[in-house]
Write a protein that binds this ligand. Sequence first.
Ligand code: HEM
Length: 398
Amino acid sequence: MTTAPVFVFDPYDYATQEDPYPAYTWLRANAPLYENADQGFWALSRHADIVAAFRSEGVFSNKMGVTLDESAWGPNASAAMSFLAMDPPDQTRLRKLVSQGFTPRRVRELEPRIREITLSYLEPMMEAGSADFIADFAGRLPMDVISEMLGVAPSDRAELRRLADLLVHRDDGMRDVPPEGVEAYFAVVEYYMELLRDRRKSPREDLASALLVAEIDGDRMSESEIIAFLLLMIVAGNETTTKLLGNALFWAHRFPAQLDSALSDPARVPNWVEETLRYDGSTQLLARYLLEDVELHGRVAPAGSQLVLLVGSANRDELVFPNADQFDLDRDTTQMASFGGGRHYCLGANLARLEANVALDELVKRVGGLEVHDERAVRVHSVNVRGFASLPVTVRAR
Ligand code: HEM
């Protein structure tokens, strides 16, 4: 008698990282509450279960962080991830205070500067006719926008970008923070401390100044709370947006009719951004710590377990997105789970969307033809972000 091989979902496996979607399909159909006993985690893969987990209170905790990586999982996760790694009431308090400075208006008002920064990288790329879309463009814009918002002097931005890259960089397969990452962490903290010292003395119109005076009923953030939030902006808002831009080009190239459609009309750009977020979002999974047993689909994940919400799988659930494996700019994407949901819903979603829309809008206005050399594309091997480290492109001006 032969027994069927046991299916193993291993998010660290390179083949799975290359294309996790068949594994997600299997999980949704056969093991909607899945246990990987070797690696010690559980996983939810159906859209309905993931959305319900985002919205529920008191069971799916963020207090140990949100990543599978051992180095970032534990009771101290909030030191670098601020309120992303907290539960109410601490998360509620800090998110409210931060939201006084990080307002939709502040984000909207950044648009002209985002356009200028975009053009400063796009124009040389157009002149050269070819580029590494990540190194020369998508990898630069998001950190510069964060710096712009904070009030970092233009002359310091390149160095901060370098440090931010080191902070989040992991060599392939590495689950721990490398020594350069630790050094970069201290250098960034020192830089931000100096920035806050300066703004305390001479406030400006920037986010750093706004966070220093944010107040609710006499309660303010301490310096270390502000610094932790600034680090969270780097961790949550930098690489994710870079990867979104790269994924947008990559998938449009793989679905040429969609690329033609996007390049033919700047009004298609918002759909291009939204469908990329759904089809192949940069955040594929978010971990939770279970405060109570979770019983679903005939199985029980016990309290104390680490459970991952497979956001990338929710976005391909056929029950919500018919023909989910088609990249289709005309589809309804409103149910996407890419920015999470409930109390931890991405605070920077409107900023990420604005950046991506501006970047692709300026690209579409200039580019008549676009070739992505996917045979030379280099994928990042990380369970935290999905996308490319390098994406060689050739562009032809209109
Ligand atoms: C494509 C780009 C982005 C994606 C896919 C993304 C995705 C997410 C997701 C899924 C969460 C929820 C995490 C959870 O529930 O555990 C989140 C939270 C967060 N994001 Fe984003 N994000 C992006 C860009 C940004 C940007 C540009 C910023 C700001 C500069 C930002 C700041 C945050 C913050 C502060 C949180 C924590 C919210 C909380 O815990 O209350 N994100 N993001």
